[in-house]
Design a protein around this ligand. Sequence first.
Ligand code: ZN
Length: 145
Amino acid sequence: MTTYPAPTRAQRRAWALKKQDDRARAAYRNSLPQGIRRLEALLASAESPWHAEVIQARIAQVREQTRYKIERRRSRTPEQIARDQADVFPDGHQVCAGCGRRLPVSDFPRDLGRRSATARHCHDCRAEHLAAQAERENDARINNR
Ligand SMILES: [Zn+2]
């Protein structure tokens, strides 16, 4: 049997401080918002490197959780997808986040990373968005010549 030397006063003090700091970090972490965008805004105006460290750790955690959630959604069977879709849209309709129209789910593109497997913007809004984006990129190309 090996015997270990009793911890010194300094060691015990260091452990107590570490424990106290861990508790403070957990309390601060739990007070943070959930969304990445709001966390990033907070990070930009962090009070101290200590706060920034906790916020960064939380951002990494949220990213990891999101990756996991999306991966799990993408591996659903068609039957599961249909069930989830029926749960989210019991009447088979969704309000478009762009034009605000209430449209049947078939008027929206698929997005398997979402629980509803349905994008938030309708086909019309997406086409408009893509056309505007293409135009912007085209302008940039011309201006950079
Ligand atoms: Zn729309």
